[in-house]
Design a protein around this ligand. Structure first.
Ligand code: RIB
Ligand code: CA
Length: 310
């Protein structure tokens, strides 16, 4: 029996692979896609999500647009990694997936209400949409199996010295979600930086011989180039699909249950994800924190998903 999933994202190159992972893997049943302003403004992220599903031949999953920016702060974007339109590199086909008339919150709510079992939410961008859902529809919390989020870091940041990009964009939303008590897993840079797009990975994707494989390699070409230029990482870290792996093949990702707090007030540290592995603050554990990735198993799981797409 496959696990019902909602994927909230800000495509973005790595978000596309998270979408494909969720749509293609046999252990998952992608019920809905919601989009948020993040890597690039919402007008692009919602379009890019629809393009990604079109390329993969996934035309029956609803896609809605959600928050254009954070709960309180001004949107920060990441064109230097993803390009002006968010999917630099390939020529984008016209999406065959329409934009759903509902908001992200409305689509999430309908999806939760229609499901016969609790639904997992995977978020791979600033977590604003999930925060709005929890804030505005507390009656639905019991229908959420868990939230798995790509973001944060148990070490250094990638947007500021101490903050990972998704956390930095909307730390108030992240704080609200963590405090809500919904089962929460953080998949941070400390783990996603091991999901590197090596030459061997690129060869496996090209060898799929599919439209998805060809488009995916064009995304890799751009993503690896910009990550090399910006971070000196020629093999770009494919962050977002690691969050999907937590649900698709739980044995891929090792987690530790401990205390997570979000820095909101820091002049230099806003968006920092403070993980108290050693219990120094004597606070109750409130999150599962990813601490390790079985890299070969991860790529095998993602490849399996991709083989099932157009
Ligand atoms: O810091 C990496 C995260 O920020 C990824 O989700 C990437 O897509 C960007 O959203
Ligand atoms: Ca993302």
């Amino acid at each position: 029996m496959s696990l019902p999933v909602i994927l909230d994202c800000d495509p973005g190159h790595d978000d596309v692979f998270a979408l494909w992972f969720g749509a293609g893997h046999p252990a998952l049943d992608l019920r809905a896609v919601t989009t948020v302003g993040g890597n690039v403004p919402l007008e692009f992220t919602q379009y890019n999500a629809r393009v990604a599903l079109t390329v993969a031949g996934v035309l029956d999953v609803p896609v809605a647009a959600g928050a254009s920016g954070p709960l309180e702060r001004v949107l920060q974007t990441a064109e230097w990694i993803h390009g002006a339109n968010g999917l630099g590199g390939p020529e984008l086909p016209e999406p065959e997936v329409p934009l759903d008339a509902r908001s992200a919150t409305e689509l999430m709510a309908d999806t939760l209400l229609e499901a016969s079992e609790p639904v997992a939410i995977v978020a791979t961008g600033p977590i604003t949409n999930v925060a709005v859902l929890l804030r505005d529809r507390p009656d639905l919390v019991g229908r959420i199996r868990e939230v798995v989020w790509m973001g944060g870091s148990t070490e250094r940041g990638n947007a500021t010295p101490y903050a990972e990009f998704n956390a930095l964009v909307d730390p108030e939303a992240l704080d609200l979600v963590v405090r809500s008590g919904v089962p929460f897993t953080m998949v941070g840079l400390n783990v996603t930086h091991t999901a590197l797009v090596t030459t061997e990975v690129r060869e496996r994707v090209v060898a799929l011989g599919s439209r998805t494989g060809a488009f995916g390699d064009e995304l890799f070409e751009f993503f690896c180039r910009t990550n090399h230029e910006v971070f000196g990482m020629p093999e770009g870290p494919l962050h977002d699909p690691v969050a999907v792996a937590v649900l698709a093949d739980p044995g891929c990702v090792r987690t530790v249950r401990t205390r997570l707090d979000i820095e909101l007030a820091g002049t230099e540290t806003a968006g920092a994800t403070s993980v108290d592995f050693d219990g120094m603050l004597d606070r109750e554990a409130n999150a599962d924190i990813a601490v390790g990735l079985d890299v070969p198993r991860f790529w095998d799981a993602l490849e399996l998903a991709l083989t099932r797409l157009a």
